[in-house]
Structure formats: C-alpha cells, structure tokens
Design a protein around this ligand. Structure first.
Ligand code: DGL
Length: 269
C-alpha cells in the first residue's frame, strides 16, 4: 500500500481525457497532473526535443514523489517511452493509438486513424501498423492544427470543424466505419465529430484501457493506495495555472486549484 501520487503527464490538456478515466476507476489514488503547455504542441516539434523534454518532465514528477507515471500523450510515448523505462525507477504506463481494438470493431475493415504528425512518424507506430498487417486497411491523417485550438478551449468552432472535415472526408470516402482518436486531446472533440458524421464512424479511444492497465501495474508492484484513502490531487501547468483550472472545469466539470511551475531550461533542439 502506497499513498504517493501517480504522475500523469501530457504536452498540455489532452491528458485530462486519460485522467478522467483514471479518476473514475481509481477513486482513492492521488493524481499529480502535469501539462507542459508552455511547449505544446509536441506533435510537430523535433523528435529529439520531444524525447528529452518528456524525460525532463518525468524527472520533475519523480522529484515530487510520484510512485508511477502515466505518459498520457501518444506523441511523447512514441518517442520517449523506451528511454523512460530504461532510465526511471518506477512503473511507466504509456499510451498508443487504439488500432487493435479498432481493427477488431470494424466491419468494413477500413479504419481511420487521426494522430499527430510525430506519432504517425514514430518507429513505435510503424511497428504497431506492421503487427496488424492484413487485419484492416488504416487510413492515417495527421491532425495538423487541432491541438493548438483545443489548448485554447476551442472544441467545436468553425476552424476545428473545417479541419476535421478535411481529415475525415478521405477516410469516409475510403469506406472507414471506425475512427481511432490517436491523440489524447482528441476525445474532447468526440461530440463535435459525432455531430458531423453521425453514426458513420465508431470512435475508439484508449483512456479507459490505460486506466485498467495502470490499476494492474499498481497491484503488480504493490503500489496501490489504501482503500478508502482520500485523494489529494494537484494540477500543474508550465504555462498558465488559471487556464488549466478553467479548462479542467470546462472539459472535466471539476473544480480544482492549479499551480504554475517552471521546468527549465528546456532542451535546446
Ligand atoms: N496529447 C498528445 C498526444 O496524445 C500531444 C499533442 C501535441 O502536443 O501535439 O499525442
């Protein structure tokens, strides 16, 4: 039994979609959420920067006493999870686009994948695609420009809708019936996407699977909190605590305090 917090890391606000699932499944665990909004988006940054900055942010979370880390960012996982597992002495839970469940759910065996440019370029994603060779046809689109809009709190404006239309139309034209939300920011677009495409696409995100994986790892490493413990959550941003607080309220309907921290100097890439 261990009362220390679980660190939940994302380049920005997207990891809140994973935190929502962790909070629902593990109500007694304390969570420390770190949004690196000062350096978001990671999806179009040099890979070396994403890797080094993710390590730096995770070292900061460990210095706060975290007992396990959830890398609630497909982009950071794609480029850094192996390094983190080699370097850091706590269980590391990463995320990956839900291609496997999508291929299993698809009837047409044509699956759309929306993820950041960096996720789609990563070796980890290439290996995932290769492992599913023959299971489905995957139509991959980089969701350029979506993350900065979501970071500003725009989840259903005309700009978001215009961009989504550009990315989803080729998928629908190719016969896709399932859409992988391959970036943790994108579940906040689910209602908008449903409004645009109705039931033409089944949406797949892996937040709840990540929460279950975390629960298994905590038990395996004897790190779970005492049942009945009252969680002490912290929400931390490298850019603007007030904005994180407002967005947690808007996206998750939770009232919370938030802090701004400086994790500097950032890697020079
Ligand atoms: N939420 C992220 C992901 O899952 C990162 C988005 C970004 O910073 O570009 O990929």
């Amino acid at each position: 039994m261990n009362p220390a917090p679980i660190g939940v890391f994302d380049s920005g606000l997207g990891g809140l979609s994973v935190l929502r699932e962790i909070r629902a499944l593990l109500p007694h665990e304390s969570l420390l959420y770190l949004a690196d909004s000062k350096y978001a988006p990671y999806g179009e940054k040099p890979e070396a920067f994403v890797q080094a900055r993710t390590l730096q942010a995770c070292e900061w979370l460990l210095a706060q006493g975290c007992k396990a880390l959830v890398i609630a960012c497909n982009t950071a996982t794609g480029h850094a999870v192996e390094l983190l597992r080699q370097t850091l002495p706590v269980p590391i839970i990463g995320v990956e686009p839900g291609l496997k469940p999508a291929a299993a759910a698809s009837r047409s065996k044509v699956v759309g994948v929306l993820a950041t440019a960096n996720t789609l370029k990563s070796g980890k994603f290439a290996r995932l695609l290769a492992s599913l060779d023959g299971e489905s046809r995957f139509i991959c689109e980089a969701g350029l420009g979506l993350v900065p809009l979501i970071e500003q709190g725009d989840i259903d404006g005309p700009d978001i809708r215009g961009r989504l239309d550009n990315y989803l139309t080729p998928m629908l034209e190719a016969g896709a019936d399932t859409l992988v939300l391959g970036c943790t920011h994108y579940p906040f677009l689910s209602d908008t996407i449903r409004d645009m495409v109705g039931d033409q696409l089944t949406l797949v995100d892996t937040g709840s699977a990540i929460a279950r994986q975390l629960a298994r790892k905590l038990v395996e490493h004897d790190l779970a909190a005492v049942p009945g413990a009252v969680p002490q959550d912290r929400f931390v941003s490298t850019k603007d605590a007030a904005h994180l607080r407002q967005m947690a309220a808007a996206l998750l309907h939770i009232k919370t305090q938030a802090e701004t921290v400086a994790i500097e100097p950032a890697p020079a890439f």
